[in-house]
Design a protein around this ligand. Structure first.
Ligand code: FPP
Length: 249
């Protein structure tokens, strides 16, 4: 269990290609992709992960064709409606990051309601990145920090990485240990730019609509086999392991 990541971020890529390969409209890929969201969320909760963050709609996705944007918003609305009891029954806390004011009321209202109603849940935190961009998130944090400096509430000499990180909407979440991107593309695409600092990156050659819990288990198995050094040497990491073991003994 100790080899499990605390927080997994997922770039759910490949919905459009999955549909096109089958001669179907892109939205069909998103619809089946929403089923993958359900399966992965359930599996993550059952495994006892502390947090998962799903890149569901980027700040740049607003520029897609209007019918695709509308279809994605309808899927999100339906998801929030259909998953409400699953989220509440399983002690999941719903969180959202991004420019949420841009979302249509049909999504924003159920999102706000479920965030509020699930705020006391102490199981896993499910974060939906919606209208989200990592650079935009960093710029918003820098603006908030500058406002606090200008108001005399923050001494600029005390700003370090921890203090800056506290201005991000992910501040309450554990560090991202593992990033999974499906569809074979090897890019970060403006997702969690700050938060991924020490994440293990995994690029999986499976389109998101096909990505189900068995693929997640395989990623977790690979994660458990990786050596994470956080800037230390391999010998230092190995030394701290044997110290822990000696201490335990
Ligand atoms: C990327 O694939 C995926 C998206 C832009 C949307 C992700 C949305 C869902 C999985 C469904 C709704 C979400 C929830 C939380 C219920 P792409 O369209 O860029 O695929 P492509 O690269 O093959 O075109």
């Amino acid at each position: 269990m100790s080899a499990l990541p605390r927080h997994v971020g997922i770039i759910m890529d490949g919905n459009g290609r999955w549909a096109q390969l089958r001669g179907q409209p892109r939205l069909e890929g998103h619809r089946i992709g929403a089923e993958s969201v359900r399966d992965i969320t359930r599996a993550a909760r059952e495994l006892g992960l502390e947090a998962i963050t799903l890149y569901a709609f980027s700040a740049q996705n607003w520029a897609r064709p209007a019918d695709e944007v509308r279809g994605l918003m309808d899927l999100l609305r339906d998801y929030l409606h259909d998953e409400r009891s699953e989220i509440m029954d399983n002690q999941i806390r719903l969180h959202a990051i991004g420019d949420l004011d841009r979302l249509p009321a049909s999504v924003k209202q159920p999102l706000d309601a479920l965030r509020q109603d699930s705020a006391g849940n102490r199981g896993m935190v499910l974060t939906l990145a919606l209208s989200y961009g990592g650079r935009e998130s960093l710029a918003a944090a820098a603006a908030a920090l500058a406002r606090d400096v200008a108001a005399g509430k923050l001494d600029p000499r005390t700003i370090d990485a921890d203090r800056f990180g506290a201005y991000l909407p992910t501040a309450e979440l554990p560090p991202v240990d593992l990033l999974i991107r499906t569809s074979g593309e090897q890019r970060i695409s403006n997702f969690l730019l700050w938060e991924l600092a020490y994440a293990e990156l995994m690029f999986v050659d499976v389109m998101w609509p096909d990505f189900r819990r068995n693929h997640l288990y395989q990623c977790l198995e690979q994660f458990a086999g990786r050596e994470r050094r956080f800037g230390l040497t391999g010998a230092q990491v190995a030394g701290s392991d044997s110290d822990v073991e000696a201490g335990d003994a």
